[in-house]
Every structure is written in structure tokens, then in C-alpha cells.
Write a protein that binds this ligand. Structure first.
Ligand SMILES: *Cc1c(COP(=O)(O)O)cnc(C)c1O
Length: 430
């Protein structure tokens, strides 16, 4: 028997890193089996420690929208590295990246750069509370905003009540001002504002949710979020860490035609480097230190290598026709998967926007987290491992979205659909 290098590395990793991974979903816990240890990537592919090639549909969970190793991005990063890794003093490139972001996201007049989506969402939350002088926040079940204490919370027992921590190490007091509501439930939203509206600091939402697979806010729900925030003086915060520059050049806010007060960005804006941001109107953003009373800081914030990578990435995606081509490619993929499933009589539904997609082993697209979670795990795992064995790497959990990059070719898409067709035959037989 040949040695499985992934297995060997996984065993070694587990002795020194909890669970062998530095972010939980990488461990394949939901789907079982051995996580693939990646050795290199190029274009639409990465290779594991056994030198097996995969068509990559996670793209580092979103950032790699140009595919791996885009020449213009590599060049920008290489140049930046020779000029120094980090200074702890401001640079012109931070201004350039800020200007590039603001030019593409009209709801933002000012932006602050940080290093991770978690940090950006946590800081936006603090700013919303500081700017309004209020405590309560709304989040929705199935939306993920990073792992800050106040946001790691599951729904309370009653309608529009405060939630409970979903993680050890989070005291109930840390989530006592967090109201967790069902996504796309207008009645619950209205009730929460009726009960707590005058102490509501903000409502944070993934307006196209990518952390419960792929679920869109209905137009009415998104509109009511905006209206109720305005009416009650709360800030509407769009967490676009995943959707920003991924579902379209102007994010989910551009797709939905809704203007949030604050926007949280990450993933694509770093092009694969640790970089994230939050921003909004000048009057709110100027409440941040050093000019305002809301403290926020970071040793590596606006890092010169990360900003070079982000800026080069934004330059490429802002070119005319980029999102049209990416959307068409993503649609070809999901429509192909759908017809392959239909042909075998496997219940299947798909959704996509820009370079982001989701699919479900149901006839109808779910509207909320509870429905997503009724997916048959065993069937999803058959699909996941079947694809993996055929050199197609999708997210190793059914509650994650998928990502297509500009580097995916028609042949990659066709090969993926063909691999799925073979597994649908197996699923249909059971
Ligand atoms: C990934 C993600 C985050 C967290 O970003 P990290 O960089 O992993 O900390 C926050 N919000 C959303 C919507 C995300 O998809």
C-alpha cells in the first residue's frame, strides 16, 4: 500500500495543533475522512500532499476570485515584499486601497483597514454601539460574522428574545444584548423592533448569506431591515466579508439595491492575504480613534504586502466584463449540476450570484437556517467524497457556499458536472 501523505500530515498536525487545523471547518469533521494538506496551487487547481490535483471550489473560502497565482497579483506582492513587510507607520498604498474600495462601494465614505473579517465585524459592532450610544443588536440564525463573543450566539427560546452562547468561553452576559432572529422572517423582525427598537444599536446581516450554504434575503425582508433601522435610529450593518466583490462589483448591497449604514469587508479585498475592512458615512467613521471615542487599532492593519495584494486584485476585478463572465461561468456550473441531478431524479436546487453559489439536496431553495439544516448529511457526504475522489474539491460541510474563480475553464466546469452526474446515479439508486 502506498503511504497516504495527507494522513501522515494529519496525524503529525494533531499532536501540535488542536484538531490538526487552524480553522475548524478544514478538519473534515462534518464529512469524515482525512483533510487534504495542500502543497501548491495554480489557476483553478490545488494539489495535495499525495500530488493529487483538485478543481478548487473553495478558493480559500472566497478570496481567490482571480484563481491562484494571477500574474499581476504575484508581481505586485513580490515587489511589495522587497520594499519591506511591515512598518507600523502609514503608507500611500493604504490610501490607494481605501480610495479603490470607496469608489466601488458608494455607501462608504470612509474605511478602516484591519486584518480579518472577525476583527472587522467586531469593530463595526463596537462602532455602531459607540455611535448610537445603544446596547442591543440583532443578528440572524445561520449568519456568521466571525468569532467575537457577542456574535457567537444562538436563538433564545421565545420570539425576539436574547440568545445563548454557542461557544464555550462566552459568558451569557456577553450575549445578553444580542437578539437572534430567523432569517427572512419579517414578523419576528417587526416584533423585535417593537420590543427593543429604542435601545437597538444595529442590525447585522449577510444580505446574501453564505454561511448557511447560500440563502438570499427576500426583497421584502431586506427592505424591512432597512426601513426598521431607519425608523428606530439603529444602524444597518451589511456583513459583506463574503459577498463583497464576490457577488458583483458593488456587493450584495448593489445586487439588492439597499444602502446600509456600515459595511464589513474581507476575503476578496485581500486577494488571499490577511486584510479586511469596515466603513460607512464620514460622520459615523469619525467616531473612531484617534479622532473619536471608539477605540480600534492593529499592529499589522493596512499591511503593505496585504494592501498590494488587495489593490492588484481589485484592479483586475474592476475591469469591464469581469463579473458578467464570472456570473455566466457560475451559472453554467449550477445549471449543469441541476440538469444532471434532474436526469437521475435526485431532488436538487441551486442558486448563484456572481462567483458565489449554493446547491441543496432538496427540490426547493431553503429560506432559513432551520430548513438548510434538515439536509440529509449522509447524502451530502456521498456527494462530497464522490467529488473529492474525482478531483473536485467543494466545501467539506453542507452549510457552506461555493466559489468559482475567473481561472475556471469551460473544461473544468464540464468535468465537474460529469463527476457529479456519476454520483447522482449512486444517490438515485439508494
Ligand atoms: C468569513 C466571514 C467572516 C469572518 O472572517 P475571518 O477573516 O474568517 O475572520 C465574517 N463574516 C462573514 C460573512 C464571513 O463569511
Amino acid at each position: 500500500m502506498t503511504i497516504d501523505n495527507n494522513q501522515r500530515l494529519f496525524e503529525r498536525a494533531r499532536t501540535v495543533i488542536p484538531g490538526g487545523v487552524n480553522s475548524p471547518v478544514r478538519a473534515f469533521k462534518a464529512v469524515g475522512g482525512t483533510p487534504r494538506f495542500i502543497t501548491r496551487a495554480q489557476g483553478a487547481y490545488f494539489w495535495d500532499a499525495n500530488d493529487q490535483r483538485y478543481i478548487d471550489y473553495i478558493g480559500s473560502w472566497g478570496p481567490m476570485i482571480l484563481g491562484h497565482g494571477h500574474p499581476a497579483v504575484v508581481e505586485a506582492v513580490q515587489k511589495a515584499v522587497t520594499e519591506g513587510f511591515s512598518y507600523g507607520a502609514p503608507t500611500e498604498r493604504e490610501i490607494e486601497l481605501a480610495e479603490a474600495i470607496l469608489a466601488l462601494v458608494p455607501s462608504m465614505e470612509m474605511v478602516r483597514l484591519v486584518s480579518s473579517g472577525t476583527e472587522a465585524a467586531m469593530s463595526a459592532l463596537r462602532l455602531a454601539r459607540g455611535a448610537t450610544g445603544r446596547k442591543h443588536i440583532i443578528k440572524f440564525e445561520g449568519c456568521y460574522h466571525g468569532h467575537a463573543d457577542a456574535l457567537l450566539v444562538k436563538a433564545g427560546s421565545g420570539l425576539a428574545t436574547f440568545g445563548h452562547p454557542t461557544s464555550g468561553g462566552v459568558p451569557p452576559e456577553a450575549v445578553q444584548h444580542t437578539i437572534v432572529l430567523e432569517y427572512n422572517n419579517v414578523a419576528q423582525l417587526e416584533e423585535a423592533f417593537a420590543l427593543h427598537g429604542n435601545d437597538m444599536a444595529c442590525l447585522m446581516i449577510e444580505a446574501i448569506a453564505g454561511n448557511m450554504n447560500f440563502v438570499r434575503a427576500t426583497p421584502e425582508f431586506a427592505r424591512r431591515c432597512r426601513e426598521l433601522c431607519t425608523q428606530h435610529g439603529a444602524l444597518l450593518v451589511f456583513d459583506e466579508v463574503m459577498t463583497g466583490f464576490r457577488v458583483g462589483l458593488h456587493g450584495a448591497q448593489g445586487v439588492l439595491g439597499i444602502t446600509p449604514d456600515l459595511t464589513v469587508l474581507g476575503k476578496v479585498i485581500g486577494g488571499g492575504m490577511p486584510l479586511a475592512a469596515f466603513g460607512g458615512p464620514r460622520a459615523i467613521m469619525e467616531q473612531l480613534a484617534p479622532i473619536g471615542a471608539v477605540y480600534q487599532a492593529g499592529t499589522l492593519s493596512g499591511n503593505p504586502v496585504a494592501t498590494a495584494c488587495g489593490l492588484a486584485t481589485l484592479t483586475e476585478i474592476a475591469k469591464p466584463g469581469f463579473y458578467e463572465a464570472l456570473s455566466a461561468k457560475t451559472r453554467t456550473l449550477v445549471e449543469g449540476l441541476k440538469s444532471a441531478a434532474d436526469a437521475e431524479g435526485v431532488p436538487f436546487s441551486v442558486a448563484s450570484e456572481g462567483g458565489m453559489f449554493g446547491f441543496f439536496l432538496f427540490d426547493e431553495l431553503p429560506q432559513n437556517y432551520a430548513t438548510v439544516m434538515t439536509t440529509d448529511n449522509a447524502r451530502f457526504n456521498t456527494l462530497f467524497h464522490g467529488l473529492l475522489d474525482r478531483g473536485v474539491y467543494i466545501a467539506p460541510a453542507l452549510y457552506e457556499a461555493g466559489f468559482v474563480s475567473a481561472a475556471h475553464s469551460d473544461a473544468d466546469i464540464a468535468a465537474t458536472i460529469e463527476a457529479a452526474r456519476q454520483i447522482f446515479k449512486t444517490l438515485a439508486a439508494h
